[in-house]
Design a protein around this ligand. Structure first.
Ligand code: CA
Length: 236
C-alpha cells in the first residue's frame, strides 16, 4: 500500500537515492533539506512516516523529532532517524525516546524498505498490505476483498478503508474526529455526521455474514471493532 514519506536530509545525493527508491516502491515522497522546510511540508500534509537525518544544518534532527512529539497533530507519526556510522553508541541509546527506529548510513535500499515496512506494521498497520482475519471476517488490502464466513462482501471504497482501519486496531474506541483524520485524511473538511452515514453503510455491507454486530457504537465516545460483540455489555 502506498504511503506518504517525508525525507528530511540535507545531503542531496542521499536524499535523491532515498527518494528514487521509495518512489519506485510506490510511495509518495516529500523532501526537505532542513527542519524549517520539513515543518512547512508537515503543516500542509501530514506524512505517514518521517525519515529524519540526525545531523541537519540549524535545528538538528533530534530536536525536530522532539518538537514533533510534543505537537498533538504530529506526535503519533512514526520517525526513523538516519544516523552516520560515527555516531556514538550512547547517543543512539537515547534515540528510542524520540524515534521509532534508526538506520545507520550507508544503508541499502532493501534495508531501508524493510525498516519502513517494520515500523509501519508496528505503528500504522492500516498502511500495510497485510491480510487481517478476525472472528470469521477477512479483509485483504492487496486484492481489495472482504470475506465474511466464506461469503464475499461488497464494500464501497470509504467503507473498505473504515473497516480496514477498525480491523487493524480492534477493540479500541475511535472518536469521529479520529476516524476523519485517519480514514478520510488530515486537513479534509468533512462533517462528523458523515462518519455516521458511512458506519451505517458499513454495517449494511457486513449484514449478509452477520459481521455488522462487530461494529459497536460506544455512546459519547465513538465506534470500535469488537471481536466478541456483546461481551462488553454494561461496561460503558
Ligand atoms: Ca546531514
Amino acid at each position: 500500500m502506498s504511503s506518504t514519506i517525508l525525507v528530511v536530509e540535507d545531503e542531496p545525493a542521499i536524499a535523491e537515492l532515498i527518494a528514487v527508491n521509495l518512489t519506485h516502491a510506490g510511495h509518495k515522497v516529500l523532501r526537505a533539506a532542513d527542519a524549517f522546510q520539513a515543518q512547512t511540508l508537515i503543516n500542509a500534509e501530514l506524512p505517514d512516516i518521517i525519515l529524519l537525518d540526525w545531523m541537519l544544518p540549524g535545528v538538528s534532527g533530534v530536536e525536530l523529532a522532539k518538537q514533533l512529539r510534543r505537537d498533538e497533530r504530529t506526535k503519533d507519526v512514526p520517525i526513523v532517524m538516519l544516523t552516520a556510522r560515527s555516531s556514538e553508541d550512547d547517543k543512539i541509546t537515547g534515540l528510542e525516546t524520540v524515534a521509532d527506529d534508526y538506520i545507520t548510513k550507508p544503508f541499502s535500499p532493501r534495508e531501508l524498505q524493510a525498516r519502513i515496512k517494520a515500523v509501519l506494521r508496528r505503528r500504522a498497520p492500516q498502511l500495510t498490505d497485510d491480510q487481517v482475519n478476525i472472528a470469521g471476517l477477512m479483509i485483504d488490502p492487496a486484492t481489495h476483498r472482504v470475506v465474511g464466513n466464506g461469503r464475499p462482501l461488497d464494500l464501497g471504497p470509504t467503507e473498505f478503508r473504515l473497516l480496514h482501519f477498525f480491523m487493524t486496531r480492534p477493540e479500541r474506541v475511535h472518536s469521529r474526529t479520529q476516524l476523519l483524520d485517519q480514514v478520510w485524511g488530515d486537513h479534509v473538511f468533512v462533517e462528523e455526521r458523515t462518519v455516521d452515514v458511512h458506519i451505517r453503510r458499513l454495517r449494511q455491507s457486513l449484514q449478509p455474514s452477520g459481521h455488522d454486530q462487530h461494529i459497536e457504537t460506544v455512546r459519547g465516545a465513538g465506534y470500535r471493532f469488537c471481536a466478541s460483540p456483546g461481551e462488553n455489555d454494561g461496561t460503558d
